[in-house]
Design a protein around this ligand. Structure first.
Ligand SMILES: NC(=O)c1ccc[n+]([C@@H]2O[C@H](COP(=O)([O-])OP(=O)(O)OC[C@H]3O[C@@H](n4cnc5c(N)ncnc54)[C@H](OP(=O)(O)O)[C@@H]3O)[C@@H](O)[C@H]2O)c1
Length: 189
């Protein structure tokens, strides 16, 4: 029922990855991501799934979007293959949209009921690691966020990362989910 996008982007250029990698390593950001998503259902693109160590994230159900129906997951009990974003239209409970850029853009541009209700927007202020590969940015998603969402929290700073919550304008948002997210982002992780 509640859809939440979670990302960490680089300030200025909105880069979230270079090639398959995230070009920074911020331990508290990983811990915050784990606390937000532990025990939950996450949807990711095939490239992001491939980038996870051992193609898994412990204690989470992973829904992988791929156009290859025969795609084999690493854990058939907890990982599920989907070819259509529409599979998530009536998703019960919370669904965390966790990238990469293609998947954020698909959900952010889809309108209700696929467009996230809440965005957990983390902004990394430091230098990007000098990796080789294609730079992947989510500028179109940020433009949509700034137009169609309102910021409902202060910026919480930790290890050079500012995190805030944004909510889709004019929509009801589950207050328990909001409270849970505020609790997690407002304390040091
Ligand atoms: N900083 C962050 O918060 C963050 C978070 C997550 C990821 N990332 C980074 O983002 C980068 C990956 O992003 P990306 O955009 O290249 O890849 P991605 O979004 O992870 O995955 C793209 C894949 O999704 C599948 N797909 C695309 N459209 C689809 C559709 N309409 N229906 C079903 N499946 C579809 C395709 O898989 P097939 O080719 O198998 O068909 C496509 O190759 C990496 O650098 C990663 O580290 C950063």
């Amino acid at each position: 029922m509640t859809k939440i996008a979670v990302w960490c982007r680089h300030k200025g250029d909105n880069i979230i990855g270079i090639g398959p990698k995230i070009p920074w390593h911020i331990p508290s950001d990983f811990r915050r991501f784990r606390k937000i998503t532990e025990g939950c259902d996450l949807v990711v693109g095939e490239k992001t799934y491939e980038s996870f160590p051992n193609r898994t994230l412990p204690n989470r159900n992973l829904h992988i979007l791929t156009l290859s129906p025969a795609y084999e997951v690493s854990d058939a009990k907890h990982h599920f293959v989907h070819a259509h974003i529409e599979d998530f239209a009536d998703f019960p409970g919370e669904l965390y949209i966790c990238g990469g850029a293609t998947i954020y853009k698909l959900f952010m541009t889809s309108g209700s009921p696929l467009m996230p209700d809440i965005v957990v927007d983390s902004l990394y202020l430091g230098e990007v690691d000098a990796l080789s590969g294609v730079k992947i940015d989510i500028t179109p998603c940020i433009e949509i966020m700034e137009k169609k969402y309102g910021k409902v929290s202060p910026d919480y700073e930790q290890e050079n990362v500012l995190t805030s919550l944004w909510v889709k304008k004019g929509e009801f948002v589950d207050q328990n989910v909001l409270k849970k997210l505020i609790n997690i982002i407002s304390i040091n992780n």
